[in-house]
Write a protein that binds this ligand. Structure first.
Ligand code: AMP
Length: 391
């Protein structure tokens, strides 16, 4: 059973290391989306209210050594508004009497992500210093066997934080007796990244909608031309197999009817809408590149989504970073806000897209704080961070 904060009434004035996921997008020192910081606050507050002295830690990005671009200083400034006494400390230099601390980026030390277990254990002890408890609340890294996620939680009594608990509660609803109809929407660039989740959820859903770059491998499997669109030649057979399996299982697998074809991969590339059956007939011929689902598909997908009682969405429908190719992703996001039931945005790029369009978190049932972690959970893989928190 997972140990949570429900299992502890008092931290008895001791230091408590809280492993959060404060890996927020930062440009020129400015936080672009504080969603993950906000998600961490109730756990920090609960540790304080239970008499603990938090030592908050997190990674930020993938620095090579101590690169100031990846410093957690902007996060410290953000948190100072709520916790004026928050001290910012380098790794291994936390004063024993400190009341409330944010540690510098854990990944400034290569041992955090080292493949060598002994190195990770040594770093975990240095991260812990004088603390007597650990709370693991970084859901976005719960699938990683990293020092502060796994080894750290084994050193002293450890508990799952409220973010982790919330994520697990929602994601469990997607696998155990979901309300029906249940629709899975997959997009993003690669089929090969989504094999695990398709294998695990295909038998559970009623409908699966496929867009994004990965749709072209499915369309090719059906015999359509796809020009220069993203295509994973080595996954075509697999896509064909999924189409067959869906049919056997009685799952409605809905592939795009039309696509937005561009002359190349750029924000201002000339583009046209084409039916998937006449891809090569656009002005760009076989040089065309499909960068979004077309409007008929967007409408069809929106209809399926808004009629569902459970929806899980992972992966943008097109290159949403370019306005001209964002319409499909926006339509899907909008449809999710209308679901009368549970709508879950599966983190990563889909969460970024939703916020890019200006939707608010509360318009969705849940926006996961961890893309890869939520997929691995749904795939049924063991998550190292959870293993360490289970009795
Ligand atoms: P993933 O990381 O697999 O979720 O993929 C997300 C990325 O897929 C986003 O950056 C999108 O721009 C990209 N993407 C979505 N649709 C397409 C497409 N049709 N062609 C190329 N890239 C795409």
């Amino acid at each position: 059973m997972l140990r949570t904060l429900d299992q502890i009434d008092s931290f008895a004035g001791e230091q408590v290391v809280i492993r959060c996921d404060l890996n927020v997008p930062i440009t020129n020192g400015v936080i672009q989306d504080p969603g993950r910081i906000e998600a961490a606050l109730d756990t920090i507050d609960e540790v304080i209210s239970k008499g603990g002295r938090p030592v908050i830690c997190s990674h930020l990005g993938r620095p090579e050594g101590e690169d100031p671009v990846f410093s957690l200083k902007p996060v410290h400034e953000y948190l100072l508004k709520r916790y004026p006494n928050l001290f910012f400390s380098n790794l291994g230099e936390v004063p024993e009497d400190a009341e409330l601390v944010l540690l510098e980026n854990l990944r400034f030390d290569p041992r955090e992500t080292s493949k060598d277990q002994v190195a990770r254990e040594a770093f975990a002890r240095e991260t812990l210093q004088a603390a007597k408890f650990v709370v693991v609340d970084g859901f976005g890294v719960i699938h990683r066997k990293q020092s502060s996620v796994y080894e750290l939680a084994k050193l002293v009594p450890s508990f799952a934080g409220r973010t982790v608990q919330r994520e697990l509660d929602v994601l469990t609803k997607l696998t155990d007796e979901p309300s029906r109809p249940y629709t899975l929407i997959l997009g993003g660039s690669k089929v090969s990244d989504k094999l695990g989740v398709i294998d695990s959820l295909l038998p559970k859903v009623d409908t699966m909608l496929i867009g994004g770059g990965m749709m072209f491998t499915f369309l090719k499997a059906q015999g359509f031309e796809v020009g220069k669109s993203l295509l994973e030649e080595d996954q075509i057979d697999r896509a064909r197999e999924y189409i067959r399996r869906a049919e056997q299982l009685g799952v409605e697998l809905v592939l795009p009817l039309d696509t937005v074809v561009a002359s190349g991969f750029s924000a201002d590339a000339p583009h046209e809408t084409a039916d998937v059956s006449s891809f090569e007939k656009t002005s760009f011929g076989m040089d065309g590149m499909g960068l979004d689902i077309g409007p008929r598909t967007a409408e069809l997908f929106a209809k399926h989504i808004s009629q569902s009682a459970t929806v899980f969405w992972n992966g943008p429908m097109g290159v949403f970073e370019f306005d001209a190719f964002a319409n499909g992703t926006r339509a899907v996001a909008e449809a999710l806000t209308k679901v009368n039931g549970l709508s879950v945005v599966g983190g990563g790029d889909s969460a970024a897209a939703v916020r890019h369009f200006g939707f608010e978190d509360k318009e969705f049932g849940h926006i996961s704080t961890g893309g890869g972690a939520s997929l691995e959970f749904l795939e049924g893989k063991p998550l190292p961070g959870l293993e360490a928190l289970n009795d």
